[in-house]
Design a protein around this ligand. Structure first.
Ligand SMILES: Cc1cc2nc3c(=O)[nH]c(=O)nc-3n(C[C@H](O)[C@H](O)[C@H](O)COP(=O)(O)OP(=O)(O)OC[C@H]3O[C@@H](n4cnc5c(N)ncnc54)[C@H](O)[C@@H]3O)c2cc1C
Length: 337
């Protein structure tokens, strides 16, 4: 059976890996990060596994596509996923300051009871794929047999019969070099994902409010991780604050402390809290986060060159969300099969 190397162990990589491993392929996943998951990123306050967790990348996901619903049904049964039923507010800024009103949005929201990163690791544990972390791919080249990968900080190369690249468009293009010239869709997608400043703070709970869609502010979204974890009664809650795409783009290179101060002040204002009660606990800048100014059509799914045994996948090809990333990874695997 052929050997495929998949670059990137996020949702798209995990989905492609499961599809090809189930078909009997030998699968190797390589990722530059210390652990798999990509933008399904979760941390704990302390190393202790009982310590409170927070999602600082993706927050929850929808499952509308029948194939995706079927794929996650067993994860729900196993308790690796659960439903999140928050009370959500919309915050808007007017002449009298911030005003919060209940959101009518009642869509189905899926989370993991231990954070979304835990779900990806659970999914990968179900496959026979080899997972190699802390391996940043620095170059890929065609060989007579298939593909050869080079790594930063590692002289040993890796050969494969087939290659799946699940990086955001700009990074994928950089890796493929001249091969990318053959893929006009790749060059056209340079702004498919926009950045996001993410700040996690310890703050009080808000009455009857577990998440806030923010309109017209620096922030776009605030989520109460402590409510997600089922500990609503706790004295201190961990809130994830995500800045909007315009703010994140305009302040991409700003000093993290300045960003944190601005986001905390806005969260204090829309939550009716004193800033002294809000303490930052984690900060991250996502350079490629969510759909940007020119997202590609949601039905592209993947870019495949079966004659080269090459496929590109990732959320940027399928709507910029977890569900799209999963469908994209599966489409890439199917294209190679
Ligand atoms: C702040 C934020 C909030 C979000 N909120 C939501 C939400 O609420 N709901 C939702 O559905 N989606 C949300 N998303 C989007 C969702 O996280 C993504 O759609 C999805 O996780 C993308 O998966 P992916 O596999 O396509 O990419 P990624 O998760 O980015 O995976 C790519 C992987 O490639 C690795 N990599 C990169 N370069 C190299 C290299 N050179 N060598 C080796 N490995 C490399 C990276 O480490 C990464 O693990 C959010 C994203 C962010 C950042």
């Amino acid at each position: 059976m052929p050997h495929v190397v998949i670059i990137g162990a996020g949702v798209a990589g995990a989905s492609a890996a499961a599809t090809l491993a189930d078909a009997g392929w030998r699968v190797t996943l390589v990722d530059k990060a210390a652990r798999p998951g990509g933008r399904c990123a979760t941390r704990r306050l302390a190393a202790d596994t009982a310590s409170p967790w927070f999602d600082y990348g993706a927050q929850y996901f929808t499952a509308r596509d029948p194939a995706f619903r079927q794929a996650i049904a067993s994860d729900l049964d196993a308790g690796a996923l659960c439903h999140w039923r928050p009370m959500l507010h919309v915050a808007e800024h007017g002449d009298a300051g911030w005003r919060r009103t209940p959101s009518p949005d009642e869509r189905e929201r899926l989370i993991s009871p231990r954070g979304l990163n835990d779900w990806i690791r659970y999914r990968l544990d179900q496959t026979t794929a080899d997972i190699e972390c802390r391996r940043r791919v620095s170059a890929v080249a065609r060989t007579t047999q298939g593909w050869q990968l080079q790594f930063a900080d590692d002289a040993a190369s890796q050969n494969a019969d087939a290659l799946i690249v699940t990086l955001p468009a700009v990074q994928a293009a950089g890796l493929l070099g001249e091969l990318a010239d053959d893929m006009p869709e790749l060059a056209a997608a340079d702004s498919a994902l926009s950045p996001c400043h993410s700040l996690v703070v310890a703050a009080p709970a808000l009455a009857d409010c577990h998440g806030i869609f923010v309109k017209g502010g620096h922030l776009a979204w605030c989520a109460d991780n402590t409510h997600k974890a089922g500990h609503g009664e706790a004295a201190t809650h961990l809130w994830t604050l995500h800045a909007g795409p315009a703010f994140s783009t305009d302040h991409l290179e700003d000093d993290p402390q300045t960003i944190a101060t601005m986001l905390i002040e806005e969260f204090a204002a829309l939550g009716g809290l004193a800033t002294a009660r809000i303490k930052p606990v984690h900060q991250h800048r996502w350079r490629y986060a969510r759909p940007g100014a020119k997202p590609p059509p949601a039905d592209t799914r993947c870019l495949a060159r079966p004659e080269l045994r090459l496929a590109l996948a990732g959320d940027w090809l399928a709507g910029g969300r977890i569900e799209g990333a999963w469908l994209s990874g599966r489409a890439a695997a199917d294209a190679l099969r």
